[in-house]
Design a protein around this ligand. Structure first.
Ligand code: SER
Length: 871
């Protein structure tokens, strides 16, 4: 079976069991502070398990793009070195939300594997949870008994909490699980050691393929388990591993999921796959990381210097570095593989195809810049080795850490380069640096989140009334204390709220909660999964009371104008630049709007003007806004709604339309009643923020008016200063030209002046004791005096020259002595003496010295003393 048939067979099987098939959620997670990337198929259903959202269908199945590179589930270091771990992988899954439980999950998994996929039952082992004292949990006999109905008992093994109690992260939904393992070794090997003894022993050919989780608990921040209101099923099967088993190969990389990529890497590197383990590892790393990075970019996460973006940058750099070190790739190459990847995986994941150009551009640019950094680091490394008088040939740990920290050199690269020169790395020193850095960042993050305190029934849902009202009568459902960087605040969930929680680029509302005449500030409102969380610096005394919740209406109004303007702008950009323009990010606040979009060149002034004109025209048309709540996604698409890849949408969406022919977008934000309210848009900046991604900043309404007025005022002032001219632009240009001409003339005059002075001084030189003395006051500045002094020094032998000059109430002295005279006359010593007279100070060398001072009246005396030295 080809991998595409395997995927389809899985989904069809669960469709046959009345599951609804849904698309993969984006791999990049927004609105969940505890998770950067989807690390399991169940992530997108976390809210349903916790009871924050009601499931639209209680049986679901899909294939989910997952990334396990940070937090609790992190496989990065294994990837490439073994044959069955990945950063990005597909997880096939089926879910029951309060519907079927262990029995069906177990029986169906068995039916699919052994009857549909026809895996020999003799190859299979299963595990069940063996209980845990700490958590006060018993052996999962229920699961054991269901398995006993279909598999001999000697193939059912008990597993520890580590292997058989599945948790998404430090907190959240969790429960005991049963894993299915498959033994694909040869009969000969099986005869020697039983597969039973190799389950969960990191054997590459006795591996877990499917995990059936029986979600029953919520793990709280204090470590306690709290039973959930209902019981759920969450299963996850490694797609790539299943392909390996069904295609009869021994490595995930030998399946048709990876082979085309590996063959392409082999062909562009000129090395063959399967000949040399070191090179094979590098090729596997590159093939794996290419998928992870491409999907991340596609889902909206560009590589960057912090957070999720930094994780992606590190994965890409790992691939670049393996290529660089083991496959001799000294120039960018990974971006060349994107084409093949999109051909292969784009059939199921269509988002890859539409984002292909962007993915290529971003990867290409990252590669080029990291290769430059690598080259610099290597230079630094070579210089280090050359300059060390170090017989022991040990690279200092702090230097290795500098390479790691500043040049992105993983320690194994430094070790490898060291070994090539017969050097070693002081690992203790390196680890110390690393630990210190970790401690620093831990201190910087330092967030403590307490558990929720419930004041109302845990199932109470928040009603958002903020589309139509600015206030509401509210009660607190629950609250918790959060301490970040030693500052404490409270997160509060209300039963009814007018506060818009930050999402879709629109900032959260601020305002207050009022009770008994006392106002409690709400400084921000954020989304935590599906919860609207109000941020309060202070918890109300009577938290169980009835509050009046009021938003800051002025800020909301300005924000709303900017949000609607963003939609109008998006549509205008597509009209002017083309349909490749896709939203890559946005920020909408009371002051301005920021819109990031894919486009590959700088916008011209005409394009910007045109976009602005189209938007302003739409504003003047005063188009009435149409909002459609709860539209089925299919319907929204036929309405032409612009769906953004990387956004997670439920089946029912909200559609915001400004003229069905002009702008139709999926959006949860707040919008104007009709476009006229926006008043005016002005684009104030346009620039690049990453390869292939541009950013526009714009302002609307009052802010745009203020901006225009400031510009007009500036122009007015210019005109007033240019008194009476008709064309101020031409007048300014003329002035500039004239100014340049005059400057040139002045420069020429100055040159001539110096020449004249030089000639006069040369003629006036006085012989004192065989020394050519020139001691004079000149009408020059310090720079002019210096030039003159050196010109005379070149011309006159045996010279002792002292120049005095005054400008703008300040005095200066310059002394020059011919080199053959510096034994007797030292310019530096002389200047120190004579500068006293001008109430200043200075210094210099034996042949040249200068001083500045506050007393021009003392110049004559200074020069007289200077003459005395010659005499
Ligand atoms: N959540 C479980 C896992 O990731 C099963 O889907 O293994």
């Amino acid at each position: 079976m080809k991998s595409s048939e395997i995927r389809k067979t899985f989904l069809d099987f669960f469709k046959g069991k009345e599951h609804q098939i849904v698309p993969s959620a984006p791999m990049v997670i927004k609105n969940d502070p505890t998770l950067m990337f989807t690390n399991a198929g169940m992530n997108q259903f976390k809210d349903i398990f916790l009871g924050n959202t009601v499931a639209k269908s209680n049986r679901i199945s899909d294939t989910q793009k997952c990334l396990r590179v940070s937090g609790k589930h992190n496989d990065l270091e294994e990837v490439g070195h073994d044959t069955y771990h990945h950063t990005m992988f597909e997880m096939l899954g089926n879910w029951s939300f309060g519907d079927y439980f262990k029995k069906e999950a177990i029986h169906w998994a068995w039916e699919l594997l052994t009857e549909v996929f026809k895996i020999d039952p003799e190859y299979l082992y299963v595990t069940v949870f063996g209980g845990d004292k700490g958590d006060k949990l018993d052996i999962d006999m229920e699961a054991y008994n269901f398995w006993k109905e279909i598999i001999p008992e000697d193939r059912i093994l008990y597993g520890s909490k580590k292997d058989n109690f599945w948790e998404m992260g430090e907190t959240g939904p969790c429960g005991p699980c049963s894993e299915i393992h498959v033994d694909i070794r040869t009969a000969e090997e099986k005869a020697k050691v039983s597969g039973k003894d190799l389950v969960n022993m990191d054997h590459p050919e006795v591996i877990e393929i499917w995990n059936l989780v029986f979600i029953e608990y919520n793990r709280m921040a204090d470590g306690k388990l709290v039973p959930l209101p209902a019981k759920h099923i969450d299963t996850g099967m490694g797609f790539e591993r299943l392909c390996m088993v069904l295609q009869g190969v021994r490595s995930n990389y030998d399946t048709d999921v990876f082979q085309p990529l590996l063959q392409k890497i082999a062909s562009i590197s000129g090395f063959e796959y399967g000949k040399d383990e070191e090179k094979d590892i590098a090729m596997r790393v590159i093939a794996d990381h290419l998928r992870a990075v491409s999907f991340a970019i596609c889902d909206g996460q560009l590589p960057s210097n912090n957070g999720a973006g930094y994780v992606i940058r590190r994965i890409l750099r790992r691939a670049i570095r393996y290529g660089f070190t083991f496959l001799d790739f000294k120039e960018a190459f990974i971006y060349k593989l994107v084409d093949l990847l999109t051909n292969e995986m784009g059939v199921y994941f269509k988002e890859l195809v539409s984002q292909k150009t962007l993915i290529e551009k971003v990867i290409h640019e990252e590669e080029q810049s990291f290769l430059r950094t690598l080259a610099q680091g290597i230079k630094k490394f070579e210089a280090y080795i050359e300059n060390q008088n170090n017989d022991k040939k040990i690279i200092d740990g702090s230097f290795a850490f500098e390479l790691f920290d500043t040049y992105g050199f993983p320690i194994d690269l430094t070790q490898l380069m060291a070994r090539e020169q017969n050097w070693e790395v002081d690992m203790e020193g390196f680890n110390k640096g690393l630990q210190q850095q970790k401690d620093r960042s831990r201190k910087a993050a330092n967030v403590e989140t307490g558990d929720w305190t419930y004041l109302m029934d845990a199932d109470t849902k928040t009603e958002f009334v903020g589309y139509n009202s600015q206030e509401a009568i509210s009660h607190i459902i629950r609250y918790r204390k959060v301490t970040a960087k030693k500052k404490a605040f409270f997160e509060v969930v209300l039963d009814k709220t007018p506060f818009y929680a930050e999402s879709g680029g629109q900032v959260g509302d601020s305002g207050y909660l009022e009770l008994d005449g006392k106002k409690y500030k709400v400084v921000d409102t954020k989304k935590d999964n599906n919860l609207s969380v109000h941020i309060l610096p202070e918890l109300p005394e009577n938290a169980e009371g009835e509050f009046k919740a009021v938003i800051n209406a002025q800020n909301r109004l300005l924000t709303t104008n900017n949000h609607s303007a963003t939609h109008l702008l998006h549509a205008a950009l597509q009209q002017v630049l083309g349909s490749h323009v896709e939203q890559k990010g946005s920020l909408v606040n009371p002051d301005r709007l920021r819109f990031d979009f894919s486009h590959f060149s700088k916008m011209t002034a005409e394009e910007i003007r045109k976009v602005e004109q189209i938007v302003n025209k739409k504003i003047r048309e005063n188009v009435t806004t149409q909002v459609y709540n709860n539209i089925a996604i299919e319907k929204a698409k036929t309405m032409g709604a612009m769906a953004l890849f990387g956004e997670k949408y439920g089946e029912f969406v909200r559609v915001v339309e400004f003229d069905p022919e002009y702008s139709v977008e999926l959006c949860g934000g707040t919008h104007v009643g009709s476009t006229g309210q926006i008043g005016l848009i002005k684009i104030i900046a346009e620039g690049a923020i990453a390869a292939g991604v541009r950013r526009i900043e714009a302002i609307t309404a009052e802010k745009a008016e203020e901006y225009v007025n400031t510009q007009i005022d500036t122009l007015g002032e210019i005109k007033a200063n240019l008194k009476g001219v008709k064309d101020p632009v031409k007048a300014l240009k003329d002035l500039q030209e004239q100014n340049n001409k005059l400057q040139k003339q002045i420069d020429a005059f100055k040159k001539q002046e110096v020449q004249n002075i030089k000639n006069t001084l040369n003629a006036s030189k006085e012989d004192i004791n065989g020394i050519n003395c020139i001691i004079a006051k000149v009408n020059l500045d310090a720079a002019g005096a210096k030039d003159l002094a050196f010109a005379l020094k070149a011309q006159v032998e045996n010279l002792y020259l002292v120049l005095g000059y005054a400008n703008d109430g300040k005095a200066g002295l310059t002394v020059v002595v011919s080199d053959n005279l510096t034994e007797k006359l030292k310019a530096g010593a002389i200047i120190r003496e004579i500068s006293k007279e001008i109430r200043g100070g200075g210094g210099g060398q034996d042949h040249f010295a200068t001083a500045g001072g506050k007393n021009p009246d003392g110049l004559d005396k200074a020069l007289a003393i200077a003459k005395g030295f010659a005499e």
